[in-house]
Design a protein around this ligand. Structure first.
Ligand SMILES: [Fe+2]
Ligand SMILES: [Fe+2]
Length: 263
């Protein structure tokens, strides 16, 4: 499995993936933002737990972790939140009010170790103030991303992802066609409601991210964009004019299995 990589002097990406039949892989990323008060952003899926804990604590000492930001409750992001909270006694779990409600379905955290950060809210983490900013596309009402103005990195949760046969560390390491195909598949399939939204509303969401002036954009589900965040945002706008995506039915699924999985 891929190992973590450093995208700036203080930001690390911990990459993993999940299978997508007939397509290849869905990348799944978590991040660590080092600084005066280190922050972990998401925790990969349950199936990644051993790998994630090994990688994350190779980057940061458990006692130094001050913040665990959870972009949303989906299991590909919350797979090790209990383990992080248990092993990092000085950490608070950062979620929003809706997210807290959803966490109650499964987890029993000390309420004093929860920090509520709603969309648009700010959080002082010692040497910078990060902001919760919802990405233009998302699959949980509890979703927010994080903008770090110091490292000029935006973490976009489920949005801006890419699926594909092979996923490199950076988007510019993919061919233009593989990148576009994987981007438009992921961003339509995971956010099927896009077809019910006015193009202006989607454009507004994309512009909000563009205006941050981010140097890098880290998706929870794709390679890191390090060259042209504006282009990523403009690609989100193009989705408004696209048809709904057609997903494989059972016949197609069985045909894929016959091709790829020995009986
Ligand atoms: Fe999600
Ligand atoms: Fe996700």
């Amino acid at each position: 499995m891929a190992r973590s990589y450093k995208i700036s002097h203080e930001a690390h990406v911990i990459p993993a993936d999940l299978p997508v039949p007939g397509v290849g892989k869905l990348p799944v990323n978590a991040m660590v933002l080092m600084g005066k008060e280190p922050m972990i952003l998401d925790t990969l899926a349950i199936v990644h737990r051993d790998y994630f804990l090994e990688e994350v604590f190779a980057i940061v000492e458990p006692k130094d972790v001050r913040w665990l930001f959870l972009s949303h409750e989906d299991r590909d992001h919350s797979g090790s939140i209990v383990q992080i909270m248990e092993r990092c006694p000085n950490a608070k779990l950062v979620t929003n009010f809706l997210g807290l409600g959803k966490l109650h379905e499964e987890f029993d955290f000390d309420p004093r170790r929860i920090h509520i950060l709603n969309d648009g809210g700010r959080l002082d983490i010692g040497d910078r103030t990060v902001a919760a900013i919802r990405p233009p596309l998302f699959d949980s009402s509890a979703t927010t991303g994080i903008w770090d103005p110091k490292s000029e990195i935006y973490y976009g949760a489920d949005c801006f992802g890419v699926v594909g046969a092979q996923i490199p560390e950076y988007t510019d390491e993919m061919s233009a066609s593989d990148f576009e195909d994987g981007f438009f598949f992921m961003n339509r399939a995971n956010h099927i409601w896009f077809e019910h939204v006015k193009a202006e509303a989607l454009a507004e969401g994309a512009e909000k991210i563009k205006k941050l002036g981010a140097k890098m954009l880290v998706s929870g589900h794709g390679p890191v964009e390090r060259k042209n965040v504006d282009k990523m945002c403009d690609m989100i706008k193009r989705i408004a004019d696209m048809p709904a995506i057609e997903l494989p039915d059972n016949d197609a699924y069985v045909a894929m299995l016959d091709e790829s999985v020995p009986a």
